[in-house]
Design a protein around this ligand. Sequence first.
Ligand code: AMP
Length: 436
Amino acid sequence: MTTFSDLQLAKPLLQALNEEGYTTPTPIQSGAIPHLLNGRDLLGLAQTGTGKTAAFALPILNHLLTHRRAPAPRQPRALVLAPTRELAAQISASFAAYARHMPFTQAVVFGGVGQGRQVDAMKRGVDVLVAAPGRLLDLTGQGHIDLSGVEILVLDEADRMLDMGFVRDIRKITALLPPRRQTVLLSATMPSAIADLAHSLLNNPAKVEVTPPSSTVDRIRQAVMFVDNASKKDALLMLLQSPQVVRATVFTLMKHEANKVAEFLNKNNIPAEAIHGNKSQGARERAMSGFRAGTIKVLVATDIAARGIDVDDVTHVFNYDLPNIPESYVHRIGRTARAGRDGWAVSFCDPEQRAWLRDIERNIGRTISIVRDHPYHSDEAEHSTMKPPVLGGGGRGRGGGNRPAGNSAAPRRSPRSGPSRGGNAPARNRQPHRGN
Ligand code: AMP
């Protein structure tokens, strides 16, 4: 098996990796790093969670170490383009971690915040600039950034950048770069627009492809517990009190339920925060940084809000409610077992959700092991033939205000239409969550 020292990375980087607890390179890293150290262009097909950031950050830092010179004011030596400010900030944090034993300067530029500090950082000169395309173009237009000295360009999550409509911005940016440079393009998918972009930007690239989702899912130990709805909170508390649970994400269907679960956990001395579409961006970011830092042990999330959860070391995912969309199950449990680690995914199944469990098992092509040996086991849930609730209104009949998370445009049912618990409504109304 390849090790980081086999990859010929410089000592300060090996030391930092060691301190980060990385023992072996991930497939994208062992595939990409040798090519990048040789100065080749690279086309990488890899998703988030595969270790792709280190796959380009380490060769860039290695290049800075072996070709040392002070960066000129306003002229970054390497440019990393990212679609969102969250991703830009994460990339920057990775650079800072890997570069901790070497001289290194960087700046991150993205919109939505004042530009003063970004301009000041550029004036002082940086080795690496991590940027979202829009703000980068603003600052180059104003003369605060000069891209003529860029030696290495990385386009991270290129498919997302295209989806977000950045293709013209990317063309404008690349026109400002010197033609002699090393270029890396990373994308989770390869639609023809990305293939075209790659063709025009890359020069005889090495290609590295990794296929993470299934292999990640294979490492997740999955279990289901049949419990009645009324026992879920206590069952969750029991599980969260296990010392093995270091950092957990709990999924609920309803925003309202997410709030209630977080409140209940806090009352029981388990630091928890709910994140969903009714929370402000600021509140979500505070919750995320607390979760990352470990001051918040449990994030209680609805499906859409969960897309922003990009945290390693999530040891456990708990499905407080099963998702009504079978595909969401894989997305949810993929929050654990990141970057080669193991993880646990434990799902509660109440009598109303029994049919959803079958759909999920069909979708993943296997059955999920049942754990019955616990105080909350419900035979009724296990053998339930109930039809699942129709989502799209106050349909679960568990008190007012319960609407499916994210589906705020869905019509509300009249309270007089009565609770649907155990009702016979068909499950055809499975709308994907949106807008959360
Ligand atoms: P990424 O795909 O870049 O978002 O990487 C996901 C996470 O995996 C990173 O934030 C790192 O903390 C972690 N990671 C990256 N490479 C390794 C590695 N070789 N060993 C263990 N963890 C890693």
